[in-house]
Design a protein around this ligand. Structure first.
Ligand code: PLP
Length: 399
C-alpha cells in the first residue's frame, strides 16, 4: 500500500536514462565563479602601470576551472589577450568563439603544427631562427604576415633565444617580410621568492638582462611590439616588471603567489570544490578506518563517506591532513583517501545527512580552505593542486 502511494505520479517511462540526465551536483563537482574571475582581473588591472595590458593565462583548461568560462569572464574584466600552452588549447578557444589574440606559450616546432596555428589565428612563441624561417615561409605562401612573439631566455633555461646571440639574430629576423613580431618576451624563474626585490636576486638579474637586451637591439617603443616579462608574482612584486603587458594566471584565479601580498590587494577564489555525503555510519571505539587501517577511532565515532577521492584529483598524500566545511564548521578527514571516496569524522553533528553538501575548497560562512593550504600540506604548489582536478569532476558555473 505504502509502495503504491510512493509510486503515484511518478512516470517510470520518462525515467532518465542517459549520461546527460545525471545531475552534475549529485556526487562531487567544481563550482566556478565567473564574477570572481572578472573582479580579480579588474582588481589586478587597477595595479598596473599606465597602458600596460593584461594577458589572461588560461592554459591547462584555465588552471582546471574551464578555459572557456575563464576566458569569457577575463575578457569581461578587461583582459586583452589570452595565453595557452598548446595548439589544441588554442584551437578549442577559437572554436568556442573567442576572438581576442591568443599566444601559445609552449613551443610549436613542426611546419604542420605552425600551419595549423596560422590558420587558427594563433600566435606561436618563437625561440629560434629555424622556427622564424618556417613561419616566414608560411606567411609568404598565403601572401600574409604570420603574427608571433619572440622569446628570449634571461635565466629560466627553458624556451627562448639565447640572450647573447639574440642581438645579432634579431637583425636577421627583422628582414623577414612575412612575419609580424607582435611581442618580445621572457619568463621569470623565481619572482615568488621572498628576496626578489634584492638587486642580487634572480628576478632583478633577469630584469636587468632583459632591459639590457632591449637597449642593445635599439628597441623603439613606437614599433607596436609588446614587451612582457611578468607572471603573477612578478606583476605583484614591482611595477618595474610590468612593461607593456603582464601574463597572469594564479592571481586571476584568486590566489597570490607572494608570501606577503600587498595589503590592499583583494582577490577572490574562483573555485569551489564540493561533494555530497553518500553514506553515514557509526563505529565503536578502537575500529580501523580505510585502507591499511591507519586511523583507529579513539571513541564512538560518526563517519560520513564522501564520494570523492584521488581519482578526482584530491592528492592521496593529504590523507588525514585536511578538513571539510559544512555550515561554518570544520570536520576532519580521517583514514587513507581512497580512489573514489574518503571518510570524515562528523561525531556530534545531527545536521549532516546522506545527500548533504560539504565544501573541500572554497568558503562556507567565515571558514575558508584554499589550494594554498592543500599545497603546503602535500609539499607542492597551488598551481599543481588546481590543474590536478580530473574531468570526472563536472565544472559548474555558478555566477
Ligand atoms: C603559466 C605561465 C604564466 C602564468 O604564471 P602564473 O604564475 O600562474 O601567473 C606566465 N607566463 C608563462 C610563460 C607561463 O608559462
Amino acid at each position: 500500500m505504502q509502495i503504491r502511494q510512493a509510486n503515484q505520479g511518478f512516470n517510470f517511462d520518462k525515467y532518465p536514462t542517459f549520461e546527460k540526465d545525471i545531475d552534475p551536483q549529485q556526487r562531487a563537482w567544481i563550482e566556478v565563479s565567473g564574477k570572481a574571475l572578472e573582479t580579480n582581473v579588474r582588481e589586478l588591472r587597477s595595479k598596473l602601470i599606465k597602458n600596460c595590458k593584461l594577458m589572461a593565462v588560461v592554459k591547462a583548461d584555465g588552471y582546471g576551472h574551464d578555459a572557456k568560462v575563464v576566458s569569457e569572464y577575463a575578457i569581461k574584466g578587461g583582459a586583452s589577450e589570452l595565453g595557452v600552452a598548446t595548439l589544441k588549447e588554442g584551437i578549442r578557444l577559437r572554436s568556442s568563439g573567442i576572438k581576442k589574440p591568443i599566444l601559445i606559450l609552449g613551443n610549436i616546432y613542426t611546419k604542420r603544427d605552425l600551419i595549423i596555428s596560422f590558420k587558427n589565428d594563433l600566435m606561436p612563441t618563437i625561440s629560434s631562427i629555424r622556427e622564424c624561417l618556417i613561419c616566414n615561409n608560411i606567411g609568404k605562401h598565403y601572401g600574409l604576415k604570420f603574427s608571433l612573439h619572440l622569446k628570449v631566455d634571461t635565466g629560466m633555461s627553458r624556451l627562448g633565444f639565447e640572450c647573447n646571440k639574440f642581438v645579432q639574430q634579431f637583425e636577421k629576423i627583422k628582414s623577414f617580410e612575412n612575419i609580424s613580431i607582435e611581442g618580445i618576451y621572457s619568463h621569470l624563474s623565481s619572482a615568488d621568492e621572498h628576496n626578489s626585490l634584492d638587486p642580487k636576486s634572480n628576478t632583478q638579474q633577469q630584469r636587468q638582462k632583459f632591459q639590457e637586451l632591449l637597449r642593445q637591439i635599439n628597441f623603439d617603443k613606437n614599433q607596436n611590439i609588446k614587451i612582457h616579462l611578468a607572471n603573477s608574482a612578478g606583476m605583484l612584486l614591482n611595477k618595474d616588471l610590468h612593461f607593456d603587458m603582464v601574463r597572469v594566471g594564479l592571481s586571476m584565479y584568486g590566489y597570490s603567489p607572494l608570501e606577503k601580498p600587498e595589503k590592499n590587494l583583494s582577490l577572490k577564489p574562483a573555485l569551489f570544490l564540493k561533494v555530497k555525503v553518500a553514506f553515514i555510519r557509526i563505529i565503536d571505539k578502537g575500529v580501523r578506518v580505510s585502507y591499511g587501517g591507519k586511523f583507529v577511532s579513539s571513541r564512538k565515532t560518526k563517519l560520513a563517506v564522501l564520494s570523492i577521492g584521488y581519482a578526482d584529483g584530491v592528492p592521496r598524500n593529504l590523507s588525514g591532513k585536511i578538513k571539510v566545511i559544512h555550515n561554518n564548521k570544520f570536520y576532519s578527514q580521517v583514514g587513507s583517501i581512497t580512489m573514489d571516496q574518503m571518510m570524515v569524522d562528523i561525531t556530534g553533528s545531527n545536521e549532516i545527512k546522506i545527500g548533504t553538501t560539504m565544501v573541500l575548497l572554497g568558503s562556507d560562512g567565515d571558514k575558508t580552505i584554499s589550494p594554498v593550504n592543500w599545497a603546503k600540506e602535500s609539499n607542492t604548489i597551488p598551481w599543481e593542486i588546481l590543474c590536478s582536478f580530473k574531468n570526472r569532476l563536472p565544472r559548474v558555473q555558478v555566477d
